[in-house]
Design a protein around this ligand. Structure first.
Ligand code: TXA
Ligand code: MG
Length: 319
């Protein structure tokens, strides 16, 4: 039987984490499949439960700046500034790892990704466990991330889920690598490039902000977040017809993803909408990309949709 626990049972969940088990935890971005960074068994269980390849490193979740310093070898002033600006929140910072940080977490890299989540249950679980928690999104590798506890239960019926309600942001954190004078955005997410630009205007030295090349982000694959039915991104009806023809889905049950015009709402509902639509009996999904849906959080929304898509106007041969 799945051991569903009540929201108040954080102590029990922390006890499981201390014993080397995995627990699905709420964060403000998406649900994570967590293990104590002090438990090799727990860390290994993350990979086996998710069927995740070991080359894809995990994010370490902390509940204090002190813990962030403990898992890193260097804590540069610019990283400290950004952490003070955005934490707790959906920003993950990649820095040189401490010798004591397990290479299971970092996939053998010399760097570690650290984030201080904003969800109070996540923070409390970290405190009760007594160590930071390593946690990838709580989904099978390559599949859509969960933004509700029910999404996690559907995918991992045997895993204990701490239900913290629907995730406020709805898609994953922004991952950045910080070097002196430069911030590389490895994965767009809940904190936008514009947010980072605004913050760095208050920084004493000039900072270059750039979108990283895909090879700099080990787990951020071209195809990811795969829905169970083909998804196309189209700009207009002509492209919709082309996509349906290319995918052999002409006149079948096509459904448009309802993204709304508000990027905050679009991000929040994106994964739930993908799950609902793929289970609705539709055999072809599409999202309409209009010029207005650009900038800010839209960057992260289109990043995820493009990785999930079988057809985009730029790349018609993805099937
Ligand atoms: O919002 C989030 O970040 C969620 C919640 C649970 O916190 N977590 C999440 O984890 O999305 P995951 O494992 O699905 O994605 C982690 C990303 C991967 O793309 C991975 O490649 C990158 O972070 N990453 C982790 N460590 C890294 C490192 N040392 N260098 C570069 N990228 C790293
Ligand atoms: Mg993930």
């Amino acid at each position: 039987m799945p051991a569903l626990i009540d929201s108040n049972d954080l102590k029990e969940a922390a006890e499981k984490l201390r014993r080397g088990d995995v627990v699905a935890i709420p964060t403000e971005t998406v649900y994570g499949l967590a293990a104590s960074i002090g438990s090799e068994d727990g860390l290994k269980k993350i990979f086996s439960t998710k069927e995740r390849p070991f080359f894809d490193p995990l994010i370490v979740h902390v509940a204090s700046f002190e813990q962030a310093r403990q898992v890193t070898r260097e804590w540069p002033p610019l990283a400290d500034f950004l952490a003070r600006w955005f934490w707790p929140g959906p920003l993950t910072i990649v820095l040189p790892k401490a010798a004591t940080t397990s290479s299971l977490i970092t996939s053998g890299l010399d760097t570690v990704a650290v984030r201080y989540p904003a969800h109070p249950f996540a923070q409390e679980l970290i405190r009760l466990t007594g160590t930071p928690l390593a946690a990838p999104s709580a989904n099978k590798f390559g599949r859509t991330s969960p933004s509700t506890a029910d999404h996690v239960r559907a995918e991992f019926p045997d895993v204990t889920v701490v239900d913290g309600g629907p995730c406020e942001v709805g898609l994953e954190s922004t991952v950045i690598a910080v070097t002196p004078g430069e911030i590389a955005i490895l994965r767009p997410g809940g904190i936008t490039q514009e947010d980072i630009e605004l913050a760095t205007e208050r920084w004493a030295q000039p900072v270059r902000i750039r979108r990283a090349e895909s090879q700099e982000s080990p787990g951020h694959l071209k195809h990811h977040y795969m829905p169970k039915v083909p998804l196309a991104i189209v700009a207009n009806d002509t492209q919709l017809a082309e996509a349906q023809r290319d995918l052999g889905k002409v006149a079948l049950r096509a459904r448009e993803l309802d993204l709304t015009d508000d990027p905050t709402q679009a991000a929040r509902r994106l994964y739930a909408e993908m799950r609902t639509q793929e289970e609705s009996g539709a055999d072809f999904l599409y999202a309409v990309k209009t010029p207005a849906k650009d900038g800010g959080l839209w960057a992260a929304v289109w990043d995820r949709l493009t990785r999930a898509a079988s057809w985009t106007p730029e790349d018609r041969s993805r099937v």
